[in-house]
Design a protein around this ligand. Structure first.
Ligand code: PSU
Ligand code: MN
Length: 306
């Protein structure tokens, strides 16, 4: 198969050529996940966290029909303010490319592009999942099926309880996606460190996670790995507060369908929580970027010594 023409930034091209640590970052969080200007400030800060931890950031997006891996500050700024930008999961990429559109890439699209670029690890806030009431709506994020097909390791803070967390874990089990909690026995619920569900596995160091990535690949598993990194204690929200807010937002989301559901819920939770959800969201994305960078550094070292 011919590879698509990926526009690599100079930093990313150099790091790839040298086999150095790189962390992919998604852009739907910029275009559809956070309001301006917090989205831009967060995108910049997250890239800096990756650099501070010894890796090269590779924010991925579609701009004017071209897939970019590693963005300039001007490109980040344009995406953060763009109004006519698509939320692209992996299935949307081809049509957006042909009509020379621009898109923020979701977890599924970012995983796919990272794999094509040769980037093994990707940091985000939360992945999509099985929505509450999915037995009626059939709303299951393409992030989960992509995790079942594409061997990118995704560092997240678990999934929000806008989703049905037990069903999300069941679906990932069926898709053969290992769920590894970092430094915890519990699967975290994004804003809180515990969801009431246990993670399948616990690993306590970035080196162990890097070794698990290599073992998973050597086994020919063919699926992604979900690393669940609990939000730092100091940034976590109280479960009573956030669960009530989420329940109110979910109740208001009736009638909204398909790719609009998650952006609606994120925006509404931000409003109803008086910005508290956004503050927590920013903190946990940075925390995930730091862990992903440490894992990427360990992974690059292991690969070079192999
Ligand atoms: N959940 C969040 N923040 C986000 C998203 C999900 O807490 O920004 C975004 C991610 O880009 C994710 C996408 O891949 O939403 C999932 O959308 P959907 O639920 O429509 O599959
Ligand atoms: Mn959906």
């Amino acid at each position: 198969m011919t590879k698509p023409d990926l526009k690599l930034s100079a930093d990313v091209a150099a790091a790839l050529a040298a086999g150095d640590a790189i962390v992919a970052l998604e852009s739907t969080i910029i275009t559809h996940g956070m309001p301006y200007p917090a989205n831009l400030e967060t995108a910049r800060a997250v890239e800096q966290v990756v650099r501070d931890n010894g890796a090269t950031p590779a924010t991925i997006a579609v701009i004017g029909g071209a897939i970019h891996v590693g963005l300039t500050d001007a490109q980040l700024e344009a995406l953060a303010q763009a109004k006519d930008v698509v939320k692209a999961s992996s299935r949307d990429l081809a049509a957006v490319m042909v009509r020379k559109g621009s898109a923020g890439t979701t977890v599924s699209a970012t995983m796919r592009i990272a794999e094509l670029a040769g980037i093994r690890i990707f940091a985000t806030g939360g992945v999509g999942g099985v929505h509450r009431g999915a037995e009626q709506s059939f709303d299951i994020s393409a992030d989960l099926t992509e995790l079942g097909h594409t061997g990118t390791t995704v560092v997240c803070a678990g999934v929000k309880s806008i989703l049905d967390i037990p069903k999300t874990l069941e679906f990932l089990e069926t898709q053969r996606v290992p769920i590894i909690a970092y430094g915890s026995d519990d699967f975290p619920a994004f804003f809180t460190r515990q969801s009431g569900e246990k993670a399948d596995h616990r690993l306590d160091t970035p080196e162990d996670i890097a070794m698990a990535m290599i073992a998973h690949e050597v086994l020919g598993s063919g699926t992604g790995i979900l690393i669940a990194n609990p939000i730092p204690e100091a940034d976590a929200l109280s479960p009573d507060f956030i669960d009530g807010t989420i329940a109110d937002a979910v109740a208001e989301s009736r009638g909204i369908q398909r790719k609009e559901v998650t952006p609606f819920l994120l925006a509404r939770i931000n409003e109803l929580s008086g910005g508290k959800s956004l503050t927590a969201n920013i903190a946990l994305v940075k925390n995930n970027a730091a862990l992903a960078a440490k894992v990427a550094v360990a992974h690059a070292r292991l690969k070079k010594s192999a």
